[in-house]
Design a binder for this molecule. Sequence first.
Ligand SMILES: [Zn+2]
Length: 310
Amino acid sequence: MKKENTSGTSYKGVSIFIILILFALCLGIFAFLQFSDFAAVKSFDRSETADNGTAAPLETASADSQLQSSAGAPLPPAGAVGGQTVNTGVSPYVIPQYPVSPQRVTLTEGFYYEPVDGNTELMDRIRNLSYQESINTKISFDKLSYVRVKYINFQDQEAEGELICSKLIAQDLTEIFYDLYQARYQIESVRLVDDFGGDDTASMNANNTSAFNYRLTTGTTNTISEHSWGYCIDINPLYNPYVASSDGVTVVAPAAGAPYVDRTQDFPHKIDENDLCYQLFTKHGFTWGGNWNSVKDYQHFQKNTEQIPQ
Ligand SMILES: [Zn+2]
């Protein structure tokens, strides 16, 4: 009896020991996962507070798992998101100097627009990038304007930017950008999408503001984007992503904009109806993609859709 008793106690001891080991393992895994989340949040907060003094929202892990880019690419870690930390592979920007067009319209120093047509250097720069001659039968160089503006960047410094748009909204864009500049509204980058190889995703990932680009609509394979006519502009797209839901899957473009999908949160560079961009563009007769019902395109303002050629 004594022997059996000892043996019973031994088995019981081993069982308790194994259970304790398993419990410790579970605790370890749980602690590791918690630490990983914590590290991501801390890293994200640091990158945001350094520039803006306000922490941006972070999607939960479960929400993130449903998000993917239009190309199906995995989401980057939240700490990699936010202005300067996104590496676009684009060389440092030197704004070009073009000959003055006789048709140049100057609003004030640093703010003007002129025809694209006739500026051979510029036409060569955009040909087969934003200006797709092989598939583009709808819009010609003479329908486009080249717009030069000054703006306030994310370092709160004055910078020079350039846009190409339909000549029908060139005056509007020049005036709006002047008002944004006067109000020191921060825009991260205002470059032609051609500097990103005509790739809208690359431009958005760099949080670049751009207008004309002959391309397909985000999330489709056969619909020509409104940007093809130059009637639209995307402002600070990383912080104001395109969001569409289909079959329970949320598509965010750019994918790095996932932390900014939840518009109930407060964060810098968010466009909503209280934002100066919204107020200026709507005053000039533009509509805002954030008011669309089927999808939301918080970066997007467009005008004159009734004049888009079919
Ligand atoms: Zn757009």
